[in-house]
Design a protein around this ligand. Structure first.
Ligand code: AMP
Length: 287
């Protein structure tokens, strides 16, 4: 039975009960508008932990564009049905005041990983992510927490926070779930117009073309990126925000030779909707 908890104090009571029972707790933080990508994280948690908690919190601190926050999709009823059906124990659904009470004087700043890719194009975004995930970890106190490779940089940053700040939490990063046509599932896909939805799978095809060129022996980073930008720019309604090939651990952009396993990451606007995707070059199995 799914219990829905909206306050930190009520959640703490629940958590103390579980501590007394000596059970393990898995945690999936989300911003709602749930889809099969989220469900895959939830299933991983259910398979590994005695109790599973999902949070739905649209975190204002991580939005760098106001209209993005204002239009962020919401589907609480359907989300609750999905979570109930999956067998989740608890939905934590706090209001903004519960998570951030008053002026914030303490923040977590991370250097290095946060300065590349989305960190460069969305100022303050990862400060907001760290602020909310740190609070959620302190409230939920999970043994395991699940993130998607879809947000590769976010997962790397969370892993680093857990390591640096000694959180006793095992972070698992799960594969990207896609539509049949290759488009990575995202809550923001619901905001795409019909024609943008039809052309959005072009992002994945362009990335696969880049991967093929790499597998065929092309390793010059500028040539690979140039070819990818050219193909992405041909997607009707698409506007490239960034294309990067970088070290998969440090996220530092490659300046010359690309290596197997390097991260290829892109951000593309389809109209007003910003989509991101990534793959590890030369590593993953291809259909
Ligand atoms: P969000 O609700 O967008 O903040 O995402 C919550 C979690 O779900 C994050 O760890 C995401 O990386 C993960 N996620 C989002 N989309 C996908 C996807 N297509 N496949 C796997 N995980 C995903």
């Amino acid at each position: 039975m799914l219990s829905v908890i909206r306050t930190v104090s009520e959640f703490r009571e629940q958590r103390e009960g579980w501590a007394k029972e000596g059970v393990t707790v898995g945690f999936v933080p989300t911003m709602g508008a749930l889809h099969e990508g989220h469900a895959s994280l939830v299933r991983a948690s259910l398979g590994e932990s005695d109790r599973s908690v999902v949070s739905i919190f649209v975190n204002p601190l991580q939005f760098d564009r106001r209209e993005d926050l204002e239009t962020y999709p919401e589907s609480l009823e359907a989300d609750m049905e999905l979570l109930e059906g999956l067998g989740v124990d608890c939905l934590l659904h706090p209001g903004v005041d519960e998570m951030y009470s008053g002026e914030i004087a303490t923040s977590i700043l991370q250097e290095g990983l946060t300065s590349h890719l989305c960190g460069a194009s969305r100022p303050g975004h990862f400060d907001g992510v760290l602020a909310v995930v740190a609070r959620l970890f302190n409230v939920v106190q999970p043994h395991f927490s699940y993130f998607g490779q879809k947000d590769y940089q976010q997962s790397a940053i969370i892993r680093r926070m857990v390591e640096d700040l000694n959180y006793p939490i095992t972070v698992r990063v799960m594969p990207i779930i896609r539509e049949e046509d290759g488009l990575a599932l995202s809550s923001r896909n619901r905001l795409l117009s019909g024609s943008h939805r039809a052309s959005a799978p072009g992002i994945r095809s362009a990335m696969l073309a880049c991967d093929r060129s790499f597998r065929d022996g092309l390793i010059d980073v500028e040539v690979l990126k140039g070819e990818l930008i050219r193909i992405l720019s041909g997607i009707p309604g698409g506007r490239v925000e960034y294309v990067e090939i970088c070290d998969p651990d440090t996220l530092v952009p490659r300046e010359s030779g690309v290596l197997p396993g390097d991260l290829l990451a892109v951000a593309v606007f389809m109209g007003e909707v910003r989509l991101i995707d990534n793959l590890l070059l030369g590593l993953e199995e291809r259909p």
